[in-house]
Write a protein that binds this ligand. Structure first.
Ligand code: PEP
Ligand code: MG
Length: 554
């Protein structure tokens, strides 16, 4: 393969270069494989193999932390699901060879998840990983896994399963490169939590031979191959990101709080140990994704209080459950929906389950009292000022007093003036605001160009919200992935955004970028970004404007 540059979606920042290594391919099964045992004997072995995979995942979950641990527990539960054994049994009785019966059973489950779309469709990788492991056990061959050549590698695969990603900490892997996967795939979520640069949705990765040096830029999505990757020395790892001492500030000393996005207790403790200025988004639904029964008020109170205590003096912003669409919560069933992303989700679920919202707000208020700390609270997926006002009234009735809403729906951005009049602050969720502005499913890697947060239409909406916030002297945060792109962070500040919330791994680069720019610089960069010509042209103009301000020679 010739040297060159290919592109995917940069989903976890940082740059690393090393020889490419491919994930070992799973054992391929076929209907034509020989049938060597009776169906009942085969079924007993299938049950044993799936049980062994479930046990292995559970054991790994014990050793893992944060998001990785949660995902491995869910995978273990899927492997141990008796209906999977039952489905394999049906295939065996229909004459299928043993290994292939597992493949077919898993594929039928995958088809159901894919039909559902969104978050559930992304679990398909986990299910296929279960099948690959069980089939390897049944065939008596080594389990597929992450190569460990004893020197740094960039790991590539079609997509990565939680089992693979859970073994990455402390391994030889310095960056991830996958052919599939969207910005909310496991690879994206876990790479960020591990601080590994990652590019997903990069079809061209399939053609790179193992051993070829590659440079992966997890911020831009650029992948340089062979000679274009520069000189690769074994031992080369992700470029060191400078430390980020102290609070976020522009060069002219205007405060821009740089906060953390957290979804689990482990995330919160890890973020609290950094320079993070607080939590700008606590995705509470992440705590309860696999749960069939509603978490009790006491359980919720304990979790929220633990996060408040971990952050001490620093502010914590708790988002109420963002259930529905790509994040279904089994204990809040929403029925069949033709188009869940446009259906009942976020705050809308409280029209069906008002008591769940009430219970959560009670728990948040109780946690604040028990931790002796103030708490901020906001609702996701708010479309109108009436919804915002109703949420504020409910939250106040529960004893809370710093209350905001997320701006994730274009209607809310267009009427930001009305919304800001009834809330204490707003936080812009650029992931969803981008998806709804561009009518493009945020989990679809193939629509990455439309989901690019540099889309001028998205920036226009953010500008409207920023201007209205400034006029009223009310805080306007951004907690979507856009906040973690250093140059885009400067644009957001130029548009009137007052705080940015991101995965802790992104904070140092954003901190350094803002420290070199005045607010006036940010305004000029934002103006450049919003000119005509689309996302890529806007980004290029913004980069030029930024380099001129920094005095970087052309
Ligand atoms: C967003 O939509 O930008 C956001 C922060 O919320 P989530 O990613 O959890 O939907
Ligand atoms: Mg959202």
């Amino acid at each position: 393969m010739k040297a060159g540059t290919i592109h995917g979606l940069g989903v976890s920042p940082g740059v690393a270069r090393a020889p490419l290594a491919r994930l070992a391919p799973p054992v391929v099964t076929s209907r034509a494989d020989p049938v060597t045992e009776e169906p009942e004997a085969a079924l007993a072995r299938v049950e044993w193999a799936l049980g062994a995979v479930a046990a292995e995942m559970a054991e790994r979950a014990e050793r893992a932390e944060g998001v990785a641990a949660d995902i491995l527990s869910t995978t273990s539960a899927m492997a141990g699901d008796p209906s999977l054994v039952a489905a394999a049994g049906e295939q065996l009785r229909a004459g299928s060879p043993t290994g292939h019966a597992v493949t077919l059973a898993v594929e039928s489950f995958c088809a159901q998840l894919e039909a559902h779309g969104g978050y559930l469709a992304e679990r398909v990788t986990d299910l296929r990983d279960i099948a690959a492991r069980a089939v390897a056990l049944l065939a008596g061959v080594p389990m597929p896994g992450v190569p460990a050549p004893g020197h740094p590698i960039v790991l590539t695969a079609r997509d990565l399963s939680p089992a693979d990603t859970a073994t990455l900490a402390g391994s030889d892997v310095v960056a991830l490169l996958t052919e599939e996967g969207g910005p909310t795939s496991h690879t994206a979520i876990l790479a960020k939590s591990l601080g590994l640069p990652a590019v997903v949705g990069c079809r061209g990765a399939a053609g790179i031979p193992a051993g070829v040096p590659v440079l992966v830029d997890g911020s831009t999505g650029e992948v340089r191959i062979g000679a274009d990757a520069g000189s690769v020395q074994l031992g080369a790892t992700a470029l060191a990101v400078p430390a980020a001492p102290g609070p976020g500030r522009t060069r002219d000393d205007v405060a821009v709080a740089l906060l953390s996005n957290v979804g689990t207790l482990a995330d919160a403790h890890a973020a609290a140990a950094t320079d993070s200025e607080g939590v700008g988004l606590f995705r509470t639904e992440f705590l309860f994704l696999g749960r069939r029964t509603e978490p009790s008020a006491d359980e919720q109170t304990e979790v929220y209080a633990e996060v408040l205590r971990a952050f001490g003096e620093r502010p914590v912003l708790v988002r109420t459950l963002d259930a529905g669409s790509d994040k279904p919560l089994p204990f809040l069933p929403l029925g069949e929906e033709e188009n869940p992303a446009l259906g009942v989700r976020g705050l809308r679920t409280s029209t069906i389950y008002p008591e769940a919202l009430g219970e959560q707000l009670t728990a948040i208020a109780k946690a604040a009292r028990s931790a002796g700390r103030p708490v901020r609270v906001m609702a996701p997926m708010v479309a109108t000022a009436e919804e915002a006002a109703a949420f504020v009234a409910t939250a106040r009735a529960h004893g809370l007093d710093d209350i905001g809403v997320m701006i994730e729906v274009p209607a809310a951005a267009l009427r930001a003036d009305e919304l800001l009049d009834v809330v204490d602050f707003v936080s812009i969720g650029t992931n969803d605001l981008g998806q709804y502005t561009m009518a493009a499913d945020r989990a679809a890697g193939a629509l990455g160009h439309l989901l690019d947060p540099w889309q001028p239409a998205l920036l226009d909406l953010i500008a409207m919200v920023g201007a209205e916030g400034r006029e009223r002297g009310k805080p306007v945060g951004v907690c979507g992935e856009a906040a973690s792109d250093p140059l885009l962070a400067a644009v957001l500040v130029g548009l009137g955004v007052t705080s940015l919330s991101m995965a802790p791994v992104s904070r140092p680069a954003v901190h350094a970028e803002l420290a070199g720019l005045s607010v006036e610089d940010c305004v000029a960069i934002a103006r450049a970004a919003r000119g005509v010509g689309g996302a890529a042209a806007g980004r290029a103009r913004a980069r030029k404007a930024r380099d001129e301000r920094w005095g970087v020679p052309a």
